[in-house]
Write a protein that binds this ligand. Structure first.
Ligand SMILES: [Zn+2]
Ligand SMILES: [Zn+2]
Length: 391
């Protein structure tokens, strides 16, 4: 009798679930929405915010509705983003009314409900020179819709925007993809109308622009410039991420992000590489790495394992940058992200003894302090050397 009652209840539950699923199907009730955090440590009292300040929607030549940009940003672990529609080019103008502020207005509610910072921006889209410029922290993007490119950039500057030169090595505007700095760029730079430069755009990296950024003290920017849904551009299930700018910011707010950008506190995250000034890359590396057993004992020419935790999501590719007298360590090693990695070190002599702090010097090949120039870093281990045979 009891068993019969139970099975009736089970059937009711199944029926209720089926009705619930039918009623709510399509309303997202049962669909998981999951955020994949960008795992790179905070440094020097600043938050490391994941940001993308370059993307498009159907309000210029993109393929998505603005609210989708907010959802993508949240799912991909961003903290802040800007939609930067072309002022001068609207691919869908027969279907979509011209209003350069509109994508921001539409995406704002979604962004805020997901606790994302959304910043109003636009892309001034001109022939080379000077090419394309992004302006963010705008008050009114429609005011940039003017005849002369100088007037458009001047208007952005008067609105106290942060302005940068986009994709300076883009093949569509530069011969053979070479980055050429024109007189017009000198003019903008001297007027203080160029705050930054893209050293990365989508899947492209521009070494010369990277050099200029360091020499001229321009803020380094990396943007996705995505036009399609991001899932069509990046293979997320293989661990790919969009090209982005990491902003070292006092807090997660529009004002603090602007302060960080004006003070060049950025690191560009492109493919498996972090690109930025040494003063930021070093604490990111040091803050990611933890040696779990910083003291080991080696008997004569025997070996010991050092366990190294990499808390970040970036796989650090290390290459030896110098020998240590008493021990040998691998010439190259990868410290995989979010893993504990084993480093095997060996004694070089049978009869040495004593406790010593060893500094294993490496170049981190994918942390670029200059154009494709790796950061020098050290792994510090205390080694207790014991002679192989005690007499
Ligand atoms: Zn562009
Ligand atoms: Zn663009």
């Amino acid at each position: 009798m009891k068993a019969c009652f139970m099975s009736k209840r089970s059937a009711e539950v199944v029926f209720a679930c089926a009705v619930f699923s039918l009623v709510f199907a399509g309303q997202g009730v049962c669909k998981p929405r999951v955020r994949d955090e960008v795992k790179i440590p905070d440094v020097g009292g600043y938050l490391t915010l994941a940001c993308d300040f370059h993307m498009h929607t159907i309000f210029s030549d993109g393929r998505v509705w603005p609210e989708i940009r907010a959802e993508e940003a949240w799912r991909e672990g961003l903290d802040a983003f800007a939609i930067t529609e072309h002022i001068e080019y609207q691919r869908h103008e027969k279907d979509v009314r011209t209003n350069h502020n509109r994508s921001y207005e539409i995406a704002k509610g979604s962004a805020e409900s997901l606790r994302l910072v959304i910043i109003k921006g636009a892309e001034i889209t001109r022939e080379m020179p000077p090419g394309h410029f992004n302006a963010i922290f705008l008050k009114d993007a429609n005011a940039l819709d003017v005849e002369e490119w100088r007037d458009a950039i001047k208007e952005a500057v008067e609105q106290k925007a942060f302005v940068w030169w986009n994709h300076p090595g883009w093949r569509g505007q530069q011969p053979d993809g070479k980055s050429i700095w024109y007189e017009e760029h000198t003019e903008l730079y001297k007027k203080g109308w160029m705050d930054g430069i893209e050293i990365v755009n989508d899947d492209e990296y521009y070494p010369l622009a990277h050099k200029w950024a360091l020499e001229k003290k321009l803020t380094m920017i990396g943007g996705s410039d995505v036009h399609t849904p991001t899932g069509l551009n990046y293979d997320f299930h293989t661990g790919e991420h969009r090209s982005m700018t990491l902003v070292l910011s006092k807090e997660k707010s529009e004002g603090a992000i602007k302060d960080a950008l004006l003070n060049r506190r950025t690191v560009v995250y492109w493919r498996k590489n972090l690109i930025g000034e040494e003063k930021y890359l070093r604490p990111i590396f040091d803050g990611s790495i933890e040696i779990l057993n910083p003291e080991v004992t080696i008997k004569g020419k025997g070996s010991a394992y050092v366990q190294i935790l990499n808390k970040s999501e970036v796989d650090f590719e290390l290459e030896s940058a110098g020998e240590v007298e008493e021990i040998s360590a691998p010439g190259s090693v990868t410290l995989y992200g979010e893993k504990v990695n084993l480093l095997r070190i060996r004694g070089k002599k049978e009869d040495v003894s004593g406790e010593k702090e060893m500094r294993l010097a490496y170049k981190v090949k994918n942390l670029w302090v200059g154009p494709e120039e790796g950061l020098r870093a050290e792994l510090v281990i205390k080694v207790n050397l014991v002679p192989a045979k005690k007499k």
